[in-house]
Write a protein of this length. Structure first.
Length: 264
């Protein structure tokens, strides 16, 4: 069975820029090491490509230090690509840069026009709905516009709350399959995943919650052995990727790619 939420024919990633040291961060935990970031990024891309997907790797974009985190700039559904309207002022131009790239794959690319804001990192697409977390980067007006834009294809958008102090909704969760979500206990305890099977991250391993299911693989950040063991025990083919440098900029596995299967 083909599943639109984790079976993909394409992905887009962007190499980290030398200006990544100027990227946004909630807490300063040190300057990212560009060479290590590049190595980890190349490993990440190679794993995506190993599934047979067509992975387009864009060149660094020095004008936007955070542009390696391509997921925030767009939402890719089978029917349409939607340029987001990122909530950080320094990132709002990234969506306009991504739109012509997406037009290479999609017959239609539309955009969130505003005045609201919405980051792709707050959007979790499942087989039955689109969950969007309110956060510091995504507001009610942005969610309302996304709801209106996707209604043409009968998508159900459900607004949920991102835990206080958490940058993006998907910082704390990931889709594993049609019925299963990986999530932190603090997010799962809100009840937002009622009706789904939830695998919780191990104690002290909340940062493992941002993983991606990409075709037959689950890519997760390295260094969280108990959570990796839980996923493996549940039957997933887990591959660990170094994420130390992206994490210094509040980034993770989902942030580093746009994943899609255009239907037209």
């Amino acid at each position: 069975m083909t599943t639109r939420s984790y079976t993909f024919t394409h992905a887009i990633a962007r190499k980290p820029s030398a200006r990544i040291i100027d990227g946004l961060r909630a807490i300063d935990t040190g300057t990212p090491d560009l060479q290590r970031f590049q190595q980890d990024h190349a490993h990440y891309v190679s794993l995506l490509a190993s599934t047979g997907a067509d992975v387009k790797v864009l060149e660094p974009l020095d004008d936007y230090p955070d542009s390696v985190f391509v997921e925030d700039a767009a939402l890719c559904l089978p029917e349409v690509a939607i340029a987001m309207r990122p909530g950080a002022p320094s990132r709002i131009g990234e969506a306009a840069v991504m739109a012509p790239v997406l037009s290479e794959f999609y017959g239609e690319v539309i955009a969130v026009a505003g005045p609201g804001f919405i980051d792709g990192g707050d959007v979790l697409v499942t087989e039955t709905e689109i969950l969007v977390g309110r956060s510091a980067r995504t507001d009610a007006a942005g969610i309302a516009e996304l709801t209106q834009l996707t209604s043409r294809w009968n998508y159900r958008v459900r607004e949920v709350e991102t835990p206080a102090g958490v940058l993006h909704f998907k910082t704390d969760c990931s889709l594993m399959d049609e019925e299963t979500v990986l999530a932190t206990a603090r997010l799962s305890d809100t009840g937002c995943f009622d009706g789904y099977r939830v695998i919780t991250t191990a104690d002290g391993e909340d940062a493992a919650a941002n993983a991606i299911r990409f075709n037959e693989l689950v890519l997760m950040p390295a260094g969280f052995p108990q959570t990796a063991a839980r996923l493996s025990a549940a039957g997933y083919d887990v591959r660990e990727v170094g994420n130390s440098e992206a994490a210094k900029l509040d980034g993770g596995m989902s942030c580093l790619s746009l994943r899609f299967s255009p239907s037209a």
